[in-house]
Design a protein around this ligand. Structure first.
Ligand code: SF4
Length: 278
């Protein structure tokens, strides 16, 4: 994965899920509700019925056809292997039931921290946000430090407060980058309800689409370069032919939730979802 950022806490490869070195934490720790994304109800702390003894998914290659497409979208940003291998030193929840609940509580917090690491690492690579790089580096180092805390310390962690501080920093970094885009009209769509919107071929360069609801939106051929897409909901949106090459804060999870095709232009750090078969 290309990355022009150096130093501790900035390796984006370490922010990718490594299921082979995880105790299937996303398949146990989380509450999952029966829906179009997940075929059954499951309580937090209960293993999914499809989770095998070796912590692998028994229907991994059939998730979409068996009613579990949400599992193909979920991304732990590498939190699973960190909790399994480092925080709990390789002791799995089956063989150590006494610490299992604690492990399940640490995992979602670690996942939030790793997601912040993903965004901060990207922010540190943005040339237009260079004036903020010192602050971003500090936030990155602090976030990285938190991920190495012992399990007990996670209970006291104000992750929401930390997230707020980082979110504001990312907003400022995004604004600096968006300001470099050609500006023809108002581009503030933060949190906007754009469900099913017809945005075919739209010029959305430099748009603020943070947290926008783009569910099932038609974005075929749209130009989303330099647009801030943090937290935007792309479920079932059509990104065929869209240009996302310099979109900001886009994640693999967002792409996996959307539709697209071979002509969708992606940022170099993200892969083309396998279900984009057209
Ligand atoms: S269906 Fe597979 S990937 Fe999804 S939660 Fe269950 S075991 Fe995990």
């Amino acid at each position: 994965m290309p990355d022009n950022v150096q130093g501790p806490g900035t390796d984006r490869a370490a922010l990718s899920a490594d299921c082979a070195n995880c105790f299937g934490l996303c398949c146990v720790a989380l509450t999952l509700t029966r829906s179009a994304d997940f075929a059954v109800d499951k309580d937090a702390g209960k293993p999914c019925r499809n989770l095998q003894e070796d912590f692998r998914c028994g229907i991994h290659t059939e998730l979409r056809t068996r009613g579990f497409p949400g599992c193909t979208v979920y991304d732990c940003f590498g939190a699973g292997q960190k909790v399994s291998g480092e925080t709990f030193r390789g002791q799995d929840w089956r063989s150590a039931p006494r610490t299992a609940q604690q492990m399940f509580q640490v995992f979602p917090v670690m996942r939030q921290l790793h997601e912040l690491l993903w965004y901060l690492t990207e922010a540190l690579s943005l040339e237009a946000a260079r004036s903020l790089h010192h602050e971003i580096r500090r936030a990155l180092d602090e976030t990285e430090r938190l991920t190495h805390l012992p399990a007990d310390a996670f209970r006291e962690l104000d992750v929401a407060g930390h997230r707020d501080v980082v979110a504001e920093l990312l907003r400022r970094a995004g604004a600096l980058v968006r300001a470099t885009a050609p500006r023809k009209k108002k581009r503030d769509h933060r949190g906007a309800d754009l469900i099913g919107a017809r945005l075919r071929g739209a010029d959305l360069r430099g748009a603020d689409l943070r947290g926008a609801y783009l569910i099932a939106a038609d974005l075929t051929g749209a130009d989303l370069r330099l647009a801030d897409l943090i937290g935007a909901d792309f479920r079932d949106a059509d990104l065929s032919g869209a240009d996302l090459t310099t979109s900001l804060f886009l994640t693999q999870s967002q792409l996996n939730a959307a539709g697209g095709d071979a002509s969708t232009k992606l940022p170099p750090s993200l892969g083309r979802p396998t279900h984009w078969t057209r």
